[in-house]
Design a binder for this molecule. Structure first.
Ligand SMILES: *Cc1c(COP(=O)(O)O)cnc(C)c1O
Length: 494
């Protein structure tokens, strides 16, 4: 049966490949499957499947207008030697939980799980819809997404990627990761401005009809690798199914036994994927949503009131420093009984007043979710505690989840086995991680710390870090905010 995708704000309906191409619905809504598909495979049979095979079993249920050959081709190009382990997403037992390591891709963080396949899904979708233009990806980044998108699109035929970042507004390691990016189709530009200006600049370029016409004449069209694209969400459902199959295979659970899932959350994409996995029939009980000091989601789950009017706090888990969790809209739509009018009302309220309240009836649909948060102090403490007790070193984002899981167990005495989504390698946030373990490390240089971490945790320094240690910058363009469009044209030769 064909799964169609519908906007959360109107009855606009498209196929899977069209939803991937469009990213956002033209009414500003997000595309959701009209009905959530079921897993069409015996859980027992999952046990002996590779990551790629599980990926096919899951994704074919969502992307029903892709042929078997097309989808398998996308999967095989994405989950290959770019990952430093054959398992792609290994499961590590430590401290009474199972850490699902989602950081073995090219940029050692979990966004690689989706951004390594999105480019292939996009060009396949373009072909299927008879689009002859090359796809130009335009992104503004505050650090991490830019590199993950660059790595995903590098040397993918019929695509080009242009990334703008605030010069001086990202960490030295993040900047080095981006400006050393290889690939003839990659462009990295620093702007003399902040992230918001980079973001607004990109939006203005996207909205420029004149430019769109010139691009089309030259054989190009823009697209976005934004985290609300359904082509980023669907690949994330896969690793929850894979984790369950691993637990079964290793005899940690019985077939059908329910597990809990703990997710360090920002934009709500990762945990929504776990919710979709549950809806597919995977035996998941609670979805535990972990926030840092920007605890807008914790407040939402406890009160039913979403309110972004608050101070934005910079934390040591920066990828979760978010006040508007875009993907939450997909959940709101669902608990509103798939009512696009009701959802649109709430989102309009969010846009105009910065807040909305859900009804008691909607709130009762949230029983599967538990929300809590970890302060900066708690996050650092739990890194040290787990290291001292087990020798396993986790990053600051994963630590937020680990702490929230401890709070959950204390509060509920629920001892259901739990999978914790481990979203970044500790090598990506070396300084915060090492400072948490001992403040004597603070005086050392970045790469010295990398070597100390490797010794302490007894893990090899990941290639992603080794590469930038010695790599030379390949990109040196810097421009003013008002020159962004000119820079894009120059790169494209138009
Ligand atoms: C993006 C990110 C998150 C948050 O994931 P969402 O899907 O946005 O909720 C958590 N940890 C790390 C390391 C990330 O990069």
């Amino acid at each position: 049966m064909e799964v169609m995708y519908k906007s959360t704000r109107s009855d606009q309906t498209v196929t899977a490949s069209q939803a991937i191409l469009k990213g956002l619905a033209s009414d500003g809504g997000l595309f959701v499957p009209v009905t959530l598909p079921k897993l069409n495979v015996n859980i027992e049979d999952l046990k002996d499947m590779s990551y790629q095979e599980v990926a096919y079993a899951v994704m074919k249920e969502f992307l029903t207008d892709f042929t078997e050959e097309e989808l398998k081709n996308c999967i095989n190009k994405a989950y290959d030697k770019k990952f430093d382990t054959e398992e792609i997403a290994p499961l590590v037992k430590a401290d009474g939980a199972y850490y699902l390591e989602l950081f073995h891709g090219p940029t050692i963080a979990f966004k690689d799980m989706a951004l390594s396949i999105l480019p292939h899904l996009l060009i396949t979708s373009a072909k299927k819809n008879n689009i002859k233009n090359d796809i130009v990806i335009l992104t503004a980044t505050s650090g991490d997404t830019g590199k993950a998108a660059l790595a995903g699109f590098a040397d993918v035929e019929h695509t080009k990627i242009i990334v703008f970042y605030p010069k001086g507004g990202v960490s030295p390691i993040q900047e080095k990761q981006m400006v050393t990016q290889k690939g003839d189709n990659t462009f990295v530009v620093g702007i003399n401005g902040n992230f918001d200006q980079a973001q607004s600049g990109v939006k203005a370029i996207f909205g420029n009809k004149e430019l769109e016409k010139e691009m089309n004449e030259a054989g190009y069209q823009f697209s976005s690798a934004n985290s609300i694209n359904i082509g980023r969400l669907v690949p994330q459902v896969v690793y929850y199914v894979y984790a369950y199959s691993k637990l079964l295979k290793e005899g940690e659970i019985e077939n059908g036994e329910k597990i809990n899932v703990v997710v360090p959350t920002g934009n709500f994409g990762n945990i929504l994927a776990a919710y979709y996995a549950k809806n597919m029939g995977l035996p998941i009980d609670k979805l535990i949503c972990a926030s840092n000091d920007n605890k807008v989601l914790y407040d939402f789950f406890t009160t039913g009131s979403y309110d972004k009017n608050r101070e934005f706090i910079l934390t040591t888990s920066p990828s979760m420093d978010i006040l508007i969790s875009s993907n939450l809209e997909r959940l709101i739509y669902k608990i509103a009984g798939c009512d696009d009018t009701k959802n649109k009302e709430l989102m309009t309220s969010l846009n105009t007043t910065g807040k909305y309240d859900i009804t008691d009836e909607m709130k009762s649909e949230l029983v599967d979710f538990y929300g809590n948060y970890a302060t900066e102090k708690e996050t650092a403490e739990v890194i040290k505690e787990i290291y001292q007790q087990t020798g396993y070193i986790i990053d600051t984002h994963t630590a937020v989840a680990a702490k929230v899981y401890k709070k959950y167990k204390e509060e509920t005495n629920d001892n259901t086995k739990a999978v914790i989504a481990s979203t970044a390698s500790p090598f990506k946030f070396t300084r915060s991680v090492m400072n948490a373990i001992d403040d004597k490390y603070d005086s050392k240089g970045d790469f010295e710390l990398v070597d100390e971490l490797s010794k302490l945790g007894n893990v090899k320094v990941p290639n992603a870090i080794e590469e930038i240690r010695s790599a030379n910058p390949l990109h040196d363009t810097v421009c003013e905010v008002n020159e962004m469009e000119a820079v894009v044209k120059k790169f494209l030769g138009i």
